[in-house]
Each structure stands twice: as C-alpha cells, then as structure tokens.
Design a binder for this molecule. Structure first.
Ligand code: MG
Length: 296
C-alpha cells in the first residue's frame, strides 16, 4: 500500500509518495535521480504507466529503505495539490446507498434504483485539498456536500466482466461531489448542478497497491459528524459499476468513478442545512486521508 500525492514546492508542481507516518513525502524526482529508474514527471502521466510504473516505484522505495539516500520532505513545507487532473468528466453514481435514496426521495419506503444512475461532473469543477468551494451566491442558494470514495481506473477496457473489474482499478481517492440542490432540481439532468466551478474537491492522496475493502466514509462540517457510511453498503458494488459502465463504452486510464454518497447530506436534515461561507467540510476515508475544504 502506498499513497501518492501531488504538491507544490518552491514554485514547482511535483509528486511523490507519502511516508508511512503521513507527515513527509518522498519526492518522485529525488528517487529517480538517486537510483536511476525513470518515473513519470506528473502523477497524470504516472497513472498511464500502470502496473509497470508501480513496480518501478516499489523498487525505488525498496532501495531507499536500505540506504536512505533520499530525505523525506516535511509535509509542512509544501502546498498540497489535486493529486491528478482527470482528462474527461468525472463519472459519478447517484443514489447508491439505500439510506441516502430514502433521504433524497424524502420517502422512507423509496425503492433502490434498478440500474446504476450515472451522470458526470465537468473537469473544470475539480479543486485540490485546502482550496475553497465557491458558494456561488448569485447562482444557487442550496450548496450541499457529498462525501464519496473515488475509484481510479488504471487501464483501458470495455465490456469488463465483474470478476475481472478489480484488475482495472488503479487506486482510490476521496471526492466531494458538491451539488447545488436547486439547480439539480430545476434542470432535471444533474450535470449543471454538479459541475459549477470548485464543485469537485479531490484528494488528498491516491491509495495504490491494494487495500482490503470496505472503506468507511466520514463527513464533518465545522467538526460535526454528518455522514458515516461503509462502502460495504453500496447498492451497486465497485465491480458491478465498472462492469455496467464499461459495457459497450471504453474506460480509460485516469477515469474516476465517484461511487455515491451515504446518508447524511444537508438536504436530508430537518430543516435542510446547506453550506455557507466560512464552513469547513472534511471527508475522511482511512488510509487515504482527510479532504478538507473551506467554503467561500
Ligand atoms: Mg454524489
């Protein structure tokens, strides 16, 4: 298990591997310069190198664990960046937890969807850890959070069988599927209400190298726990989502699937409580980390 991270240091965007203590980074550039195994320049490019890239990275880290020539860079000295920028729209799943279906439909007997509800978010909505979510007061009055596990695809494929699906998973990250509820309703198709600028915080790391599912998702607003859900409660599992989505449609390395949000969104509260300027949203999924974004 490794956690990959993008960051700015001395004015340059770089990437590296988070040390086990989570407090420092092994810069990819330093590792390759020290041990002469090439890595990609950016995490976007590294994802495209798939398993081969991960094997090279493992060799580098092993060399360094022996002679420790590469000094870890303290996290406090860098600015975190979005781990990578997806090339095309973020692929999302709506109503994928039963209790959220009920709060969304405001009906305790609401039925689960018969097939996954897919929609997308524009790539221009992506922001990194620490960046502010814009409350867009001229456009919406109902900005809401949705804490979600993001699944990153590592290789190209179509018509993927559920039993083969996990071979296409590169790693995991955290996504806040921020939503303007009023726009989501007005425009029927969810695209616009989900795609306003800054509405897709992502990060802080990409977890690679296998991790025993399930994951637990915690969302806090100003420190108060709002969502606590396990991916074991997904209506449509990760293999199922990959299989259905890839039937007749090619998935690409670097595609991200936001797998849906558990119950506890602001619109489900009585009365509903939407995000406002000054709020701080934190989504924690261990061991990926905590994705923290203020609202402006
Ligand atoms: Mg969502």
């Amino acid at each position: 298990m490794q956690r990959l991270i993008s960051y700015s240091y001395e004015g340059l965007r770089q990437w590296g591997v988070l040390a086990a203590d989570g407090q420092s980074i092994y810069p990819a550039y330093d590792l390759e310069e020290t041990y002469y195994i090439p890595l990609a320049e950016t995490l976007e490019e590294f994802i495209e190198t798939g398993e081969e890239g991960l094997l090279n990275l493992a060799k580098l880290l092993e060399s360094n664990s022996r002679d420790r020539s590469v000094e870890p860079l303290p996290l406090s000295k860098v600015q975190l960046e979005v781990p990578f920028r997806p090339r095309r729209n973020i692929l999302c799943v709506g109503k994928n937890y039963q209790e959220h279906v009920r709060e969304f439909d405001q009906n305790k007997d609401a039925k689960n969807p018969a097939a996954p509800i897919f929609f997308t978010k524009a790539t221009t909505s992506v922001i990194g850890p620490g960046e502010a979510i814009d409350s867009h007061p001229d456009v919406t009055e109902q900005v809401d959070y949705e804490g979600e596990l993001g699944v990153i695809i590592g290789k190209q494929g179509a018509d993927i069988a559920p039993e083969d699906a996990m071979k296409y998973v590169y790693g995991y990250t955290i996504i806040n599927d921020v939503t303007a509820r009023d726009l989501q309703k007005t425009h029927v198709q969810w695209f616009r209400g989900k795609s306003l600028d800054t509405f897709c915080p992502m990060g802080p790391t990409i977890l690679v190298g296998g991790w025993p599912a399930p994951f637990t998702i915690y969302t806090r607003v100003n420190g108060h726990l709002r969502q606590e859900g396990s991916t074991s409660d997904l209506i449509f599992s990760i293999p199922k989502l990959i299989s259905v989505l890839s039937a007749g449609m090619t998935l690409l390395p670097g595609d991200v699937i936001a797998t849906g949000t558990p119950k506890g969104v602001g619109m489900g509260m009585n009365p509903p409580e939407f995000l406002k300027k000054g709020d701080v949203v934190e989504i924690t999924i261990d061991p990926i980390g905590t994705l923290r974004n203020p609202v402006k």
